[in-house]
Design a protein around this ligand. Structure first.
Ligand SMILES: *Cc1c(COP(=O)(O)O)cnc(C)c1O
Length: 456
């Protein structure tokens, strides 16, 4: 039996190692989980594989705080990997979800919330004229690829090393995120025929792009890119890189798919496009969205030019479908979340992110620890190395062992970081002074722990 949790319970004392490294209730749950689930988790990075130790099982979350099965409280810098931009269990989203659920869980027919959510997305990202709702970011990128191939009648896809687009077969080559963490070069189970239609190029490398198109330009259906990479840590496109992608794809009749699953409605109100666009060279033909637009529920989308989207069934021949697509509860959560994504919200998120990043930079500098912080709008990540990070090779040249010690130093002090140095640190509008000050107070001790070699 899980005891009832108290989301407003006592906070750990700031700055002190409040919690021991063993977490008995989480360890017991993990043992049960391992028996019935591979590795005990339903998404690999959650297993703490690269930092070691017991993943904390959470029983509740409110605002900026998580509470685990042992009743320990942590400031959350994962935010469910991005979606919880308003903070956990935000009252407006909770009310919308409760009301929607009371009216029924899934209709298998069109419903009005789907239209409202699509309208909200179309209104925020100018080149997006139409969207189709799906249930995960993976489904969005998979469907966008199929559509691009159907539209162009070509089959080759270009992706960039270190960019993660979900676990789509064709895109599981040199992907970041969990694959970076576990250093899997490729996944078994992806047939060579599928990966063979994928060209992997270095990110931010225009000559490599031009060379690939000079050789195979008439076979390339699409280039897919993270609008600003966030799954190898934050690596924004160099000035002019997105424009080069537009220029080269246009010249060869290929489509450009901008994956904004992470950056969409997160980097800014209009995602990365809202910060960097519009472009004189044109606009990406297709976009993918997820994370924030689902408000913590399974909702994602792909969309773009109406003439391309017209190739989708039932209007066109490219098949795509989903039993739970546009689910009324998920769309209610997404809609309430996007409506809460006001200019003031982005100000609050940006201010909290800046304060935490500045604190990290100060604590690391004071201890003489090499580090580099990179930004995409309100999003940032911390590299455990010096110097600019422009691509996947740069990102991989980090001190991952030091990160593991730092991670556990923060965890002991009641701060839950993403458990890998290749991940973005996420904050929310609920990261108020109390939460930010708690993170800042934890930093010096965690840096000290990082510099102390393990004693066993
Ligand atoms: C998270 C992510 C995905 C995959 O989304 P899921 O909902 O986990 O399938 C795709 N692309 C990017 C850029 C992402 O960050």
């Amino acid at each position: 039996m899980i005891p009832p949790s108290d989301p407003d319970g006592p906070t750990p004392q700031a700055g002190t190692p409040a919690y021991p490294d063993d977490a008995p209730a989480s360890a017991a749950a993990m043992a049960r989980a391992r028996a019935v689930t591979p590795g005990g988790v339903n998404s690999p990075v959650r297993a703490f594989g690269s930092v070691g130790g017991t993943p904390r099982f959470m029983r509740s979350a409110r605002g900026a705080w998580l509470e685990d099965l042992d009743g320990r409280r942590y400031v959350d810098l994962v935010c469910s990997w991005g979606p919880m931009i308003l903070g956990h269990a935000h009252p407006d989203v909770l009310a919308a979800v409760t009301q929607a659920a009371a009216r029924g869980f899934s209709f298998g027919t069109p419903s009005e919330n789907e239209v409202a959510l699509a309208e909200e997305i179309v209104a925020r990202v100018d080149p997006v004229e139409q969207v189709r709702l799906v249930s995960s970011g993976t489904e969005a990128t998979m469907s966008a690829l199929r559509l691009a191939r159907g539209f162009t009648g070509r089959s080759v896809v270009v992706k960039f090393a270190g960019c993660y687009h979900g676990h789509v077969d064709a895109l599981l080559a040199s992907a970041g995120s969990g694959l970076a963490t576990f250093a899997l070069p490729d996944s078994p189970g992806v047939p060579p025929s599928s990966a063979g239609e994928t060209l992997v190029l270095p990110y931010n490398d225009v000559p490599a792009l031009e060379a690939a198109f000079a050789e195979r330009g008439d076979q390339i259906a699409a280039v897919i890119t993270e609008a600003a990479a966030g799954n190898m840590g934050i690596v924004p496109p160099d000035p002019g890189f997105t424009q080069a992608l537009l220029r080269v794809t246009r010249a060869h009749g290929a489509l450009l798919i901008s994956d904004e699953v992470m950056t969409g409605f997160r980097a800014s109100a209009g995602g990365w496009f809202g910060l960097e666009g519009p472009y004189a060279e044109g606009a990406p033909d297709l976009f993918t969205f997820g994370k924030v637009m689902g408000g913590g529920f399974p909702a994602a989308a792909f969309g773009g030019r109406a003439d391309v989207m017209a190739h989708l069934a039932p209007e066109g021949p490219v098949y795509q479908a989903g039993t739970l697509s546009g689910n009324p509860v998920a769309t209610a959560a997404g809609l309430a979340t996007l409506r809460g994504c006001t200019p003031e919200l982005y100000d609050r998120v940006g201010t909290a992110a800046r304060a935490i990043a500045d604190g990290v930079a100060q604590a690391f500098a004071a201890a003489g620890v090499p580090h580099r912080i990179q930004w995409a709008g309100t999003m940032f990540s911390v590299f455990f190395r010096d110097g600019q990070v422009r691509d996947y090779d740069d990102a991989r040249a980090q001190d991952t062992a030091a990160f593991g010690r730092f991670f556990h130093g923060m965890l002991r002090r009641g701060v839950h970081l993403p458990p890998s140095c290749f991940e973005t640190w996420f904050v929310s509008g609920a990261h108020d002074d109390e939460a930010v000050d708690h993170v800042l107070a934890a930093l010096p001790g965690a840096v000290e722990d990082m510099l102390t070699p393990p004693s066993d």
